[in-house]
Design a protein around this ligand. Structure first.
Ligand code: ATP
Ligand code: MG
Length: 295
């Protein structure tokens, strides 16, 4: 049985923390509202700040199945909603061996049995409420967005041959976007909005500590301070939380007891991944490390 819905924002904060996701204040608030108001949430922000993970964590916390629709350019209804299983339909037609009339065959082969449910359909028709993640919606085109609007506002899908499929339960819906294109106002209007940014120093330290508790606390702190410093530079691709965690894991593996200049230079490609960025970082941060830090 699915867990009951949270009663307060604090419930959500604690619940997400318990399943390994440390939400910021607005994250906990918006997640709480989403579960209670039944509105989809549009989560925007730079790469690697925990947009996708938020949906996964919510599904763990609410004890609901996660249904994921990964968006990409050219994604169409057949891959997002449903598709007829042509092969099976054909087999049925052949099996009937031309004895049945067309109307009988038609009635036969457009039944639920011949339907292949894709993520949106799966989420809508699930008897247990699910968490629906529509990941990287900005990668699709506007026509797809329009189709999605219908699903998100009515929670129903119309199949011409079959009729209407209405949601039996209300899914918690999260849409994520990396901002590669501006989403339509119509979509935004239907959603709650959450802007996920890079976390504060203390928040990021907590996240890193959660993922690599074995790494010495002083090293973790210095790591986060450095990452935050690197983020302030004008880079092509600033390091995200994902990179901080990777770096912490790498340092742990290497048994680093401190991040001195040499260690930094040896491992900085874990957090900086452009040729030109590497030069900037080596220049601007590499040299600072010798000096006393943080105070
Ligand atoms: N608040 C958090 N608490 C715990 N872990 C976090 C948090 N935020 C991010 N992470 C971790 O950071 C990593 C990156 O998160 P995620 O993949 O969700 O980023 P994203 O925003 O979806 O990135 P992209 O835009 O590239 O898809 C994950 O390993 C996740 O566990
Ligand atoms: Mg993601």
């Amino acid at each position: 049985m699915a867990a009951t819905l949270p009663a307060t924002t604090e419930d959500v904060r604690r619940g997400l923390s318990d399943v390994g996701y440390l939400p910021g204040e607005s994250t906990a608030l918006v997640a709480f509202l989403a579960t209670r108001l039944g509105k989809p949430v549009l989560v925007e922000g730079p790469a690697g700040v925990g947009k996708t993970e938020l949906a996964k964590a919510l599904s763990r916390y609410l004890d609901r199945t996660l249904v994921r629709l990964q968006c990409y350019e050219g994604l169409d209804e057949a891959k997002a909603l449903y598709e007829w299983n042509y092969r099976k339909q054909l087999l049925r037609i052949q099996a009937e061996g031309g004895e049945a009339g067309w109307s009988e065959v038609q009635e036969d082969i457009f039944g639920e049995e011949f339907l292949l449910a894709r993520p949106l359909m799966t989420a809508i028709s699930s008897p247990e409420p699910v968490v629906l993640l529509i990941d990287e919606i900005d990668k699709t085109d506007q026509e797809f967005e329009a189709m999605l609007l219908e699903v998100l506002s009515d929670f129903q899908i119309t199949i011409p041959e079959l009729g209407r499929v209405e949601a039996r339960t209300q899914p918690v819906v999260l849409l994520t976007s990396n901002n590669t294109r501006e989403l339509t106002e119509a979509l935004k209007r239907r959603c709650l909005y959450l802007w996920l940014d890079y976390p504060s120093l203390e928040h990021e330290l907590q996240i890193v500590r959660l993922h690599t508790p074995e790494l010495d606390e002083k090293v973790s702190r210095k790591l986060v301070e450095l990452v935050q410093l690197v983020r302030e530079l004008d880079l092509k691709k600033p390091p995200s939380i994902a990179e901080s965690i990777d770096w912490a894991r790498a340092l742990l593996l290497l048994g680093a007891e401190d991040i001195d200049e040499q260690t930094f230079r040896d491992t900085m490609s874990v957090i900086v991944k452009h040729r030109t960025d590497l030069d900037v970082v080596a220049d601007r941060v590499g040299v600072k490390i010798g000096a006393p830090f943080g105070g």
